[in-house]
Write a protein that binds this ligand. Structure first.
Ligand SMILES: Cc1cc2nc3c(=O)[nH]c(=O)nc-3n(C[C@H](O)[C@H](O)[C@H](O)COP(=O)(O)OP(=O)(O)OC[C@H]3O[C@@H](n4cnc5c(N)ncnc54)[C@H](O)[C@@H]3O)c2cc1C
Length: 508
């Protein structure tokens, strides 16, 4: 959804929200619904942030979906299960924020549904003891679409292509922002109540990644490059605020993904209105899987990455020069990110390819939603699917040197104990694939209200954070906790700001 730049900025509002992703929109809507005058700025040309890229998994207990499916669950059980879900992190969790997350997520799912978002589920994802993963239909874009619609109705003002540069601090209190608009013009906007940082993570900053991670993550391509973490650095510099868990990498070790579609399917471009998503949800819940599969495939093949099983079964990863990339099968993306250019093709002969036409070998999966096979890519992603009778012809289609490809594949097959002279076409290639980083976990230190804390762990008056920017050390492993946190934390901040009486506002 495009928001036209409105180059007339307000001089003063009640609440300034920096970032129009899921957390910022949730915060803005809650504050505006309670009468606050809210202004949201985002450096991107369109709102949505990483939220718009998300698959749409939202994990919570006590939903009507669970009730319909006869699942007995509770907030307590979810809280307890998080120990196992986050066990791999091997570090302390922020249990106050975990409590906020699991307690408020069910109500937040209902709130999103009331705004018009439709969910399917619940799906079981171990080690959760209950099925709790709900998926927005058709994905994260629907969350942004409906929140934006309601924000507009509630009178929230937006300014896109508007980047936070600095905070205005008056008498020790954050009282506004200095921003840069497209074209380089600077401007200031004052906030009577609060400035809320909802500016996402730092996955888009190579420098920040280099501060905390080793080469595979540093070289990875960010899915959402505009989240450069500059607001987080600003808080470090101005108030000595600490970043918590910035070095935690479990959930975003580089992942191999196909490059985005050059011309996304008509289905992907449909506005996720109630009517459209209602039809999708009804179809998912009532129609035979075979009937709706072709439509789901158009959606999932746009956002998913290939499974390591392709390489375990004998496919090779070839770079743009035709050379084979040596893989660690536990994390094929790592080797790809270390290869110059971070760009490769998955190449396989007919014998290997034919295994990926049916269960149990799938090219990709959206957990709980669908499995995509080679034929799905042939139909839904012709831009990344190539096949040819000979390797020379395949090299021509990929525009890579044929002799190098032949040599690489011969070496690959010999290594697997296969006789290259017995291998016949057709041959297939999927790609380009790149090693991507989806998100980073490091957020500002916050208290239970999500006020930003300074170097002495005291709240910085007038300054709040939510979403990834305000993650505050809460561990969110597993699918669906990041979106849940974005919306829960955004609402939590928005509700407090709006509810505060004027006298209290002056002293927060
Ligand atoms: C491909 C992908 C799939 C995912 N799937 C899921 C999923 O299914 N379930 C799940 O739970 N999580 C998922 N996640 C993670 C989840 O999307 C994020 O954790 C969540 O959306 C973060 O929300 P946010 O509001 O904090 O940040 P964002 O949605 O990223 O919003 C931050 C906004 O701030 C803006 N901004 C940044 N810096 C500035 C600045 N200096 N000035 C002004 N604006 C600024 C950005 O442009 C952006 O619009 C996924 C992430 C990716 C990338």
């Amino acid at each position: 959804m495009t928001v036209t730049p409105e180059f007339v900025l307000p001089q003063e509002v009640d609440v300034i929200v920096v970032g129009a992703g899921g957390s910022g929109l949730a915060c803005a809507l809650e504050a505006a619904a309670r009468g606050a005058r809210v202004w949201v700025c985002d450096k991107a040309p369109n709102p949505g942030g990483a939220t718009a890229w998300a698959v749409g998994a939202f994990t919570c207990s006590s939903s009507e979906h669970q009730a319909r499916a006869g699942v007995q669950d509770s907030r307590e059980q979810h809280f307890a299960d998080m120990d196992a879900v986050n066990a791999g992190a091997n570090r302390p969790d922020n249990l106050v924020l975990r409590r906020l997350l699991v307690d408020q997520a069910p109500d937040t799912l209902r709130w999103l549904m009331q705004l018009g978002v439709r969910f399917v589920g619940p799906q079981l994802e171990t080690p959760h003891s209950r099925p709790r993963m709900h998926n927005a239909v058709p994905g994260g874009g629907a969350l942004v679409y409906h929140l934006l619609r309601h924000c507009r109705r509630a009178g929230v003002q937006f300014q896109t292509q508007c980047e936070l540069q600095d905070l205005i601090v008056q008498d020790g209190r954050v009282a506004g922002v200095r921003v840069t608009l497209s074209g380089g013009r600077s401007a200031s906007v004052h906030a009577r109540q609060a400035v809320v940082l909802a500016s996402g993570d730092f996955s888009g900053s190579r420098d920040m990644r280099a501060r905390f991670f080793s080469a595979p993550v540093v070289n990875a391509e960010p899915v959402y490059p505009l989240n450069t973490g500059s607001p987080l650095r600003l808080m470090e510099e101005r108030f000595g605020t600490r970043l918590v868990n910035a070095d935690y990498a479990a959930f975003y070790i580089p992942r191999m993904r196909f490059v985005p579609a050059t011309s996304p399917s008509w289905l992907v471009r449909l506005p996720p209105s109630r009517l459209v998503t209602g039809l999708m949800q009804w179809s998912l819940e009532h129609l035979p899987a075979a009937l709706i599969r072709p439509f789901m495939m158009r959606l999932v093949t746009t956002v998913l990455g290939p499974e390591p099983a392709l390489f375990k079964q004998g496919a090779a990863l070839i770079n743009a020069s035709g050379k084979r990339i040596d893989l660690d099968l536990a994390s094929p993306a790592r080797a790809l990110t270390l290869d110059p250019g971070n760009r490769g093709y998955i190449v396989m002969d007919h014998a290997v390819a034919s295994r990926f036409e049916a269960w149990p070998h799938f090219v990709s999966t959206a957990p709980g939603i669908a499995y995509a096979y080679l034929r799905d890519y042939r139909h839904s992603r012709p831009d990344i699917y190539r096949s040819a009778q000979t390797l020379e012809a395949l090299a021509g289609l990929l525009q890579i040197p044929a002799a190098t490809l032949l040599e690489s594949m011969r070496a690959h097959w010999l290594e697997l104990g296969r006789d290259p002279d017995q291998i016949s076409g057709p041959f297939y290639a999927l790609g380009p694939v790149r090693g991507y980083i989806t998100i980073t976990e490091g957020g500002l230190t916050v208290n239970d209200k999500l006020q930003v804390l300074d170097r002495d762990d005291q709240p910085v008056p007038g300054l709040w954070a939510c979403g990834s920017a305000g993650q505050g050390g809460v561990l969110l492993d597993g699918h669906g906790h990041h979106l849940a946190w974005a919306f829960v934390s955004g609402r939590h901040v928005g509700q407090q700001l709006a509810a505060a009486p004027p006298q209290a506002r002056a002293s927060t």
